[in-house]
Ligand binder design. Structure first.
Ligand code: AP5
Length: 211
Protein backbone atom coordinates (compact mmCIF):
# COMPACT_ATOMS: atom_id res chain seq x y z
CA UNK A 1 0.00 0.00 0.00
CA UNK A 2 1.03 3.58 -0.69
CA UNK A 3 -0.04 5.88 2.10
CA UNK A 4 0.18 9.58 2.79
CA UNK A 5 0.20 10.42 6.50
CA UNK A 6 -1.31 13.84 7.13
CA UNK A 7 -1.64 15.82 10.35
CA UNK A 8 -0.59 19.00 12.11
CA UNK A 9 2.79 19.24 13.86
CA UNK A 10 2.40 17.14 17.01
CA UNK A 11 -0.65 15.26 15.73
CA UNK A 12 1.19 12.00 16.28
CA UNK A 13 2.33 11.16 12.74
CA UNK A 14 5.71 9.82 13.87
CA UNK A 15 4.16 8.02 16.84
CA UNK A 16 1.63 6.21 14.67
CA UNK A 17 4.10 5.65 11.82
CA UNK A 18 6.27 3.49 14.07
CA UNK A 19 3.22 1.41 15.10
CA UNK A 20 2.03 1.06 11.48
CA UNK A 21 5.54 0.07 10.39
CA UNK A 22 5.78 -2.56 13.11
CA UNK A 23 2.39 -4.13 12.33
CA UNK A 24 2.23 -3.82 8.55
CA UNK A 25 5.95 -3.84 7.74
CA UNK A 26 5.53 -0.63 5.73
CA UNK A 27 8.48 1.49 4.64
CA UNK A 28 8.34 4.80 6.54
CA UNK A 29 9.63 7.83 4.65
CA UNK A 30 9.61 11.08 6.63
CA UNK A 31 10.74 14.24 4.85
CA UNK A 32 11.42 15.86 8.23
CA UNK A 33 13.75 12.95 9.14
CA UNK A 34 15.48 13.23 5.74
CA UNK A 35 16.10 16.95 6.30
CA UNK A 36 17.33 16.38 9.88
CA UNK A 37 19.75 13.68 8.66
CA UNK A 38 21.06 16.14 6.05
CA UNK A 39 21.50 18.85 8.67
CA UNK A 40 23.45 16.42 10.86
CA UNK A 41 25.64 15.39 7.93
CA UNK A 42 26.29 19.05 6.99
CA UNK A 43 25.15 18.66 3.37
CA UNK A 44 24.09 21.57 1.14
CA UNK A 45 20.48 20.35 1.39
CA UNK A 46 20.84 20.33 5.17
CA UNK A 47 22.17 23.90 5.23
CA UNK A 48 19.28 25.08 3.08
CA UNK A 49 16.65 23.10 5.00
CA UNK A 50 17.82 24.32 8.40
CA UNK A 51 17.06 27.96 7.67
CA UNK A 52 13.47 27.09 6.74
CA UNK A 53 12.93 24.57 9.53
CA UNK A 54 14.23 26.97 12.18
CA UNK A 55 11.70 29.53 10.93
CA UNK A 56 8.84 27.02 10.89
CA UNK A 57 8.49 27.39 7.12
CA UNK A 58 8.38 24.81 4.34
CA UNK A 59 11.62 23.87 2.62
CA UNK A 60 11.24 24.93 -1.06
CA UNK A 61 9.01 22.65 -3.12
CA UNK A 62 11.55 21.95 -5.89
CA UNK A 63 14.08 20.57 -3.40
CA UNK A 64 11.52 18.58 -1.40
CA UNK A 65 9.74 17.09 -4.41
CA UNK A 66 13.03 16.06 -6.01
CA UNK A 67 14.13 14.27 -2.81
CA UNK A 68 10.86 12.33 -2.53
CA UNK A 69 10.71 11.53 -6.23
CA UNK A 70 14.21 10.08 -6.05
CA UNK A 71 13.53 8.20 -2.78
CA UNK A 72 10.52 6.44 -4.29
CA UNK A 73 12.71 4.96 -7.03
CA UNK A 74 14.75 2.96 -4.49
CA UNK A 75 14.29 -0.80 -4.52
CA UNK A 76 12.83 -0.89 -0.99
CA UNK A 77 9.94 1.39 -2.03
CA UNK A 78 8.82 -0.88 -4.87
CA UNK A 79 6.03 -2.62 -2.92
CA UNK A 80 4.73 0.35 -0.98
CA UNK A 81 5.53 3.04 1.55
CA UNK A 82 4.10 5.54 3.98
CA UNK A 83 4.96 9.18 3.34
CA UNK A 84 5.08 11.15 6.61
CA UNK A 85 5.12 14.93 6.16
CA UNK A 86 4.82 14.89 2.38
CA UNK A 87 2.94 16.36 0.60
CA UNK A 88 2.56 19.56 2.62
CA UNK A 89 0.86 21.87 0.15
CA UNK A 90 -1.21 21.64 -3.01
CA UNK A 91 1.79 21.94 -5.33
CA UNK A 92 3.53 18.98 -3.65
CA UNK A 93 0.31 16.92 -3.74
CA UNK A 94 -0.14 17.52 -7.45
CA UNK A 95 3.53 16.73 -8.11
CA UNK A 96 3.22 13.51 -6.10
CA UNK A 97 0.26 12.45 -8.23
CA UNK A 98 2.54 12.70 -11.27
CA UNK A 99 5.10 10.17 -9.98
CA UNK A 100 3.12 7.97 -7.54
CA UNK A 101 -0.25 6.31 -7.27
CA UNK A 102 -1.37 6.90 -3.68
CA UNK A 103 -3.95 4.45 -2.30
CA UNK A 104 -4.94 6.23 0.86
CA UNK A 105 -4.43 9.41 2.91
CA UNK A 106 -4.50 8.82 6.66
CA UNK A 107 -5.31 12.08 8.40
CA UNK A 108 -4.68 12.36 12.15
CA UNK A 109 -7.03 15.00 13.46
CA UNK A 110 -6.18 16.72 16.76
CA UNK A 111 -7.57 19.66 18.71
CA UNK A 112 -5.11 22.54 18.18
CA UNK A 113 -5.03 23.32 21.92
CA UNK A 114 -3.18 20.04 22.56
CA UNK A 115 -0.44 20.57 20.01
CA UNK A 116 1.78 23.20 21.63
CA UNK A 117 2.06 21.18 24.86
CA UNK A 118 2.69 17.95 22.99
CA UNK A 119 5.50 19.36 20.88
CA UNK A 120 7.21 21.53 23.47
CA UNK A 121 7.06 18.59 25.91
CA UNK A 122 8.53 16.10 23.43
CA UNK A 123 11.84 14.36 24.09
CA UNK A 124 13.40 12.25 21.38
CA UNK A 125 15.84 9.34 21.29
CA UNK A 126 18.21 8.42 18.48
CA UNK A 127 16.64 4.92 18.58
CA UNK A 128 13.51 6.48 17.05
CA UNK A 129 11.27 6.64 20.12
CA UNK A 130 9.72 9.86 21.35
CA UNK A 131 8.17 10.65 24.72
CA UNK A 132 6.15 13.38 26.33
CA UNK A 133 7.88 14.90 29.36
CA UNK A 134 4.94 13.81 31.55
CA UNK A 135 5.86 10.16 30.86
CA UNK A 136 9.47 10.59 31.98
CA UNK A 137 9.46 11.96 35.53
CA UNK A 138 12.91 13.41 36.27
CA UNK A 139 14.69 11.03 33.91
CA UNK A 140 15.96 12.16 30.49
CA UNK A 141 17.17 8.78 29.26
CA UNK A 142 15.25 6.55 26.87
CA UNK A 143 13.17 3.98 28.80
CA UNK A 144 13.55 1.61 25.85
CA UNK A 145 17.30 1.72 25.10
CA UNK A 146 18.87 3.83 27.87
CA UNK A 147 20.41 6.49 25.60
CA UNK A 148 20.19 10.19 26.55
CA UNK A 149 17.11 11.96 25.22
CA UNK A 150 17.20 15.29 23.35
CA UNK A 151 14.77 17.96 22.12
CA UNK A 152 14.44 19.03 18.48
CA UNK A 153 15.77 22.48 17.54
CA UNK A 154 12.36 23.48 16.12
CA UNK A 155 10.39 22.34 19.20
CA UNK A 156 10.29 25.75 20.90
CA UNK A 157 7.12 27.86 21.33
CA UNK A 158 8.03 30.52 18.74
CA UNK A 159 8.88 28.04 15.97
CA UNK A 160 5.96 25.77 16.85
CA UNK A 161 3.58 28.72 16.42
CA UNK A 162 5.07 29.36 12.97
CA UNK A 163 4.83 25.64 12.10
CA UNK A 164 1.16 25.60 13.10
CA UNK A 165 0.47 28.73 10.99
CA UNK A 166 2.19 27.03 8.04
CA UNK A 167 0.15 23.88 8.61
CA UNK A 168 -3.22 25.65 8.70
CA UNK A 169 -2.52 27.91 5.72
CA UNK A 170 -0.79 25.38 3.43
CA UNK A 171 -1.23 21.77 4.56
CA UNK A 172 -4.75 21.56 6.01
CA UNK A 173 -6.36 22.13 2.56
CA UNK A 174 -4.96 18.74 1.54
CA UNK A 175 -7.66 17.09 3.67
CA UNK A 176 -10.20 18.25 1.07
CA UNK A 177 -7.83 17.37 -1.77
CA UNK A 178 -7.72 13.72 -0.71
CA UNK A 179 -11.40 13.65 0.32
CA UNK A 180 -12.34 14.71 -3.21
CA UNK A 181 -10.19 11.85 -4.56
CA UNK A 182 -12.08 9.40 -2.30
CA UNK A 183 -8.84 8.49 -0.51
CA UNK A 184 -9.27 10.19 2.86
CA UNK A 185 -9.41 8.28 6.14
CA UNK A 186 -9.52 10.42 9.31
CA UNK A 187 -8.84 9.33 12.88
CA UNK A 188 -8.96 11.48 15.98
CA UNK A 189 -5.95 11.74 18.26
CA UNK A 190 -7.34 14.08 20.93
CA UNK A 191 -9.33 11.78 23.15
CA UNK A 192 -7.04 8.81 23.57
CA UNK A 193 -3.57 7.46 24.08
CA UNK A 194 -1.31 6.60 21.13
CA UNK A 195 -2.47 2.97 21.47
CA UNK A 196 -6.13 4.07 21.32
CA UNK A 197 -5.42 6.02 18.14
CA UNK A 198 -3.67 3.02 16.64
CA UNK A 199 -6.75 0.86 17.34
CA UNK A 200 -8.78 3.31 15.22
CA UNK A 201 -6.19 3.11 12.43
CA UNK A 202 -6.19 -0.69 12.40
CA UNK A 203 -10.01 -0.70 12.22
CA UNK A 204 -9.91 1.65 9.23
CA UNK A 205 -7.22 -0.42 7.51
CA UNK A 206 -9.18 -3.62 8.18
CA UNK A 207 -12.31 -2.10 6.62
CA UNK A 208 -10.30 -1.54 3.45
CA UNK A 209 -8.56 -4.88 3.69
CA UNK A 210 -5.15 -3.15 3.82
CA UNK A 211 -2.37 -5.29 5.21
P1 AP5 B 1 8.37 17.14 10.48
O1 AP5 B 1 9.56 16.44 11.01
O2 AP5 B 1 7.50 16.42 9.51
O3 AP5 B 1 7.54 17.66 11.72
P2 AP5 B 1 6.01 18.01 11.95
O4 AP5 B 1 5.08 17.79 10.82
O5 AP5 B 1 6.05 19.41 12.48
O6 AP5 B 1 5.52 16.98 12.94
P3 AP5 B 1 6.18 16.50 14.26
O7 AP5 B 1 7.28 15.55 13.95
O8 AP5 B 1 6.51 17.67 15.14
O9 AP5 B 1 4.94 15.80 14.96
P4 AP5 B 1 4.27 14.39 14.74
O10 AP5 B 1 2.92 14.59 14.11
O11 AP5 B 1 5.19 13.41 14.09
O12 AP5 B 1 4.01 14.04 16.24
P5 AP5 B 1 4.72 12.97 17.20
O13 AP5 B 1 4.28 11.61 16.82
O14 AP5 B 1 6.18 13.22 17.29
O15 AP5 B 1 8.81 18.49 9.78
C1 AP5 B 1 9.72 19.39 10.38
C2 AP5 B 1 10.06 20.50 9.40
O16 AP5 B 1 10.70 19.96 8.21
C3 AP5 B 1 8.86 21.30 8.85
O17 AP5 B 1 8.47 22.33 9.74
C4 AP5 B 1 9.46 21.85 7.53
O18 AP5 B 1 10.28 22.95 7.76
C5 AP5 B 1 10.33 20.68 7.05
N1 AP5 B 1 9.57 19.77 6.15
C6 AP5 B 1 9.21 18.48 6.40
N2 AP5 B 1 8.51 17.97 5.36
C7 AP5 B 1 8.42 18.96 4.44
C8 AP5 B 1 7.79 19.08 3.17
N3 AP5 B 1 7.08 18.07 2.62
N4 AP5 B 1 7.91 20.24 2.49
C9 AP5 B 1 8.62 21.27 3.00
N5 AP5 B 1 9.22 21.26 4.21
C10 AP5 B 1 9.11 20.11 4.93
O19 AP5 B 1 4.01 13.35 18.57
C11 AP5 B 1 4.29 14.58 19.22
C12 AP5 B 1 4.29 14.37 20.73
O20 AP5 B 1 2.98 14.01 21.16
C13 AP5 B 1 5.22 13.25 21.22
O21 AP5 B 1 5.81 13.63 22.41
C14 AP5 B 1 4.29 12.05 21.42
O22 AP5 B 1 4.78 11.19 22.43
C15 AP5 B 1 2.99 12.73 21.82
N6 AP5 B 1 1.80 12.03 21.39
C16 AP5 B 1 1.56 11.48 20.16
N7 AP5 B 1 0.33 10.94 20.11
C17 AP5 B 1 -0.24 11.15 21.33
C18 AP5 B 1 -1.51 10.84 21.91
N8 AP5 B 1 -2.47 10.19 21.23
N9 AP5 B 1 -1.75 11.24 23.17
C19 AP5 B 1 -0.81 11.91 23.88
N10 AP5 B 1 0.42 12.22 23.40
C20 AP5 B 1 0.70 11.87 22.14
Amino acid sequence: MKIVLLGAPGAGKGTQASRITAKYNTLHISTGDIFRANIKAGTEIGKLAKSYMDAGKLVPDEVTCEIVKDRLTWEDARDGYMLDGFPRNLFQAEELDKFADIDLCLNIDVDIDLLMDRICGRWMCTCGESYHVSMLGDSRVCPKCGKPLYQRADDNPETVKARLDTYFSQTAPLVDYYREQGKLVSVTSGAGSPDDVFVQIVKEFDKRDLR
